[in-house]
Design a protein around this ligand. Structure first.
Ligand code: 9WN
Length: 426
C-alpha cells in the first residue's frame, strides 16, 4: 500500500499541466486563481521549483489593470467547463493578459503563497520574489483602487469571486438578480459531480446573468454593478497577503510602509463586519446596505490575521455548536441553521482549504490542540475518500469530485507539520 504522502503526490502529478496544476481531471480543466495559491503552498513541501512555476504561470493571465483572473483557460477545453474562454472573448487579451482568462477574480491568497514558497527555498527566493513582487503589488492596487472605492474593504462582484460560490451569504443579494441570462446553460459540471452536491439551476441562471452584465460592460467596476458584496474571508486574505507583501518588500530592500498601512487599514475595517449575535464576521451587502445574518466559515477566516483582537471570541465560536462541537471538521455553514446541508457544496460540507486556513490560524493563536485535531481529520478524510473536494463535517463522507488538487496539496502540508503564518511573516 502506498503512503498517503505518495498518493497525494500522485494526484498532483496526474493533474499536472503545462506550468500549473488543474484542480481536478474532469470537473475543472483550467487553472484557477486561488486553487493555484493553495496548490503552490502544498507543492513547496515536495517541489519548490514547481511551486514557483504554479504562481508564475498564473501571473501570465494578469490584466494590465492589475487583476489576477479567476480562471486562466486551457485551450480547447471549452466544451468541458462553462463558462469557457469563448464566453469572455478577447476582453483579457485586449487588456494585456498573455492568455485567455475570465474577467472575474478570486480571493487574494497569492501574496502569502508567494512568501511561503520563497521561504521554502531561500537560494531561489530573491530571483523569484523580484519577478512576482511587482505583479502582486499591482494586484493589490487593483483591489484598492477598483474594488475598495468606498473604504478599506474590497467588494466582490460575483459569487464566483468569493470561491465559496453558493454560500448562504449571497442568497438575499441573488434574489434581486434576474434569471433570464442569454447564455445557453449546459452544465458540463454535472457529468462529474452529483447534481444535489452542486449549485442549482436557479443559481446558474443568476450567475450567468451577472457574468454577462459584467462582460458586456467591459468588466468595469462601477456603481451600476448588480451584485456588490464585502466578503470577510476575501478581505482577511487580502490583509494577510498585504502583510506578506510588506515582508517580501523588506526582503527585496524596498519600502514596506504602504503595505503595512494598508494591511492594518483592512484589518481595522474588518471590525465593521463582526456580528456579535453570531460571534463571527459576516458579509456586507453594499447595495442593500445591510450585514448578512448568517454564520459561515468565511466569517471565521479572519483568524488567519496575526494579532487579531477578536481571535479568542472566534475560537469560541469555531469550537462551539455552530461549527466544530459535534463535528470533526469545520463546516462551511452553521450546523445549527435549519437550512444547513452537510453534502451540498458551500452550504454545509467541510472544505480542506478552509480547514487548513483555520488550523493555521488556530495554531498561531495558541490553539495547537484544536489545529492538530483538524489536521488529523483532514488526513483521515483524504485517505478514506480519495482526496475529495469536500466532505460531511461530522462523518467525513466524501462529496464533490475526487483526486482534488488543493485537498492533496494541503494534506501534504499537514503531513509535513503544517504552516505558521506568524513564522512566515517574522
Ligand atoms: C467556479 C476550482 C473552483 C474553486 C472554487 C469552487 C469551484 C467553480 C465552479 O471550483 O468553483 O469558480 O465551477 O463551481 O467553488 O472555490 O476555486 O476548484
Amino acid at each position: 500500500m502506498v503512503s498517503l504522502r505518495t498518493a497525494a503526490i500522485e494526484v498532483l502529478e496526474e493533474n499536472r499541466m503545462a506550468g500549473f496544476t488543474r484542480p481536478a481531471r474532469g470537473l475543472y480543466p483550467h487553472q484557477w486563481s486561488w486553487d493555484s495559491g493553495f496548490i503552490a503552498i502544498g507543492l513547496r513541501r515536495i517541489a519548490p521549483a514547481r511551486a514557483r512555476d504554479e504562481l508564475l504561470t498564473l501571473l501570465r493571465g494578469q490584466w494590465r489593470d492589475g487583476r489576477i483572473p479567476q480562471i486562466v483557460y486551457t485551450a480547447g477545453a471549452d466544451d468541458r467547463y462553462q463558462p469557457g474562454a469563448d464566453f469572455w472573448g478577447d476582453a483579457g487579451r485586449e487588456l494585456g493578459a498573455a492568455a485567455a482568462t475570465a474577467g472575474f477574480v478570486q480571493p487574494p491568497i497569492h501574496g502569502i503563497a508567494a512568501l511561503l514558497v520563497a521561504r521554502a527555498d531561500p537560494e531561489h527566493a530573491p530571483a523569484f520574489l523580484e519577478r512576482v513582487y511587482p505583479a502582486l503589488a499591482a494586484w493589490h492596487d487593483y483591489l484598492s483602487e477598483r474594488r475598495a472605492r468606498d473604504g478599506a474593504l474590497a467588494e466582490i462582484v460575483h459569487p464566483w469571486e468569493s470561491g465559496t460560490d453558493n454560500t448562504p451569504l449571497w442568497d438575499a443579494a441573488l434574489e434581486r438578480i434576474p434569471r433570464d441570462a442569454a447564455t445557453e446553460i449546459r452544465r458540463p459540471d454535472l457529468q462529474h459531480a452529483d447534481a444535489g452536491e452542486r449549485p442549482g439551476r436557479k443559481d446558474y441562471e443568476r450567475y450567468f446573468w451577472i457574468a454577462e452584465h459584467y462582460r458586456d460592460r467591459g468588466c468595469r467596476d462601477d456603481d451600476a454593478l448588480p451584485f456588490r458584496m464585502v466578503d470577510p474571508a476575501f478581505n482577511a486574505l487580502w490583509a494577510l497577503s498585504e502583510h506578506a507583501l510588506a515582508r517580501i518588500a523588506a526582503l527585496l530592500g524596498r519600502p514596506v510602509a504602504a503595505h503595512e498601512e494598508r494591511a492594518e487599514r483592512i484589518a481595522a475595517a474588518l471590525d465593521e463586519l463582526f456580528l456579535d449575535a453570531l460571534g463571527c464576521y459576516t458579509a456586507y451587502d453594499a447595495i442593500a446596505g445591510v450585514l448578512v445574518e448568517r454564520a459561515t466559515a468565511s466569517g471565521l477566516v479572519p483568524l488567519v490575521l496575526p494579532g487579531l483582537g477578536r481571535a479568542e471570541r472566534l475560537v469560541t465560536t469555531l469550537t462551539g455548536p455552530r461549527f466544530l462541537d459535534g463535528a470533526r471538521l469545520v463546516p462551511s455553514y452553521d450546523r445549527t441553521a435549519a437550512d444547513h446541508l452537510p453534502g451540498q457544496y458551500w452550504r454545509g460540507p467541510a472544505w480542506f482549504n478552509v480547514n487548513w486556513m483555520l488550523a493555521t490560524g488556530l495554531r498561531d493563536a495558541g490553539r495547537g490542540d484544536v489545529a492538530s485535531g483538524l489536521e488529523r481529520a483532514m488526513v483521515e478524510a483524504a485517505a478514506a475518500g480519495d482526496f475529495p473536494e469536500y466532505v460531511d463535517p461530522v462523518t467525513l463522507a466524501p462529496h464533490g469530485t475526487r483526486r482534488f488538487g488543493w485537498t492533496s496539496a494541503l494534506v501534504l502540508d499537514a503531513l509535513a507539520g503544517g504552516t505558521s503564518f506568524r513564522e512566515a511573516l517574522a
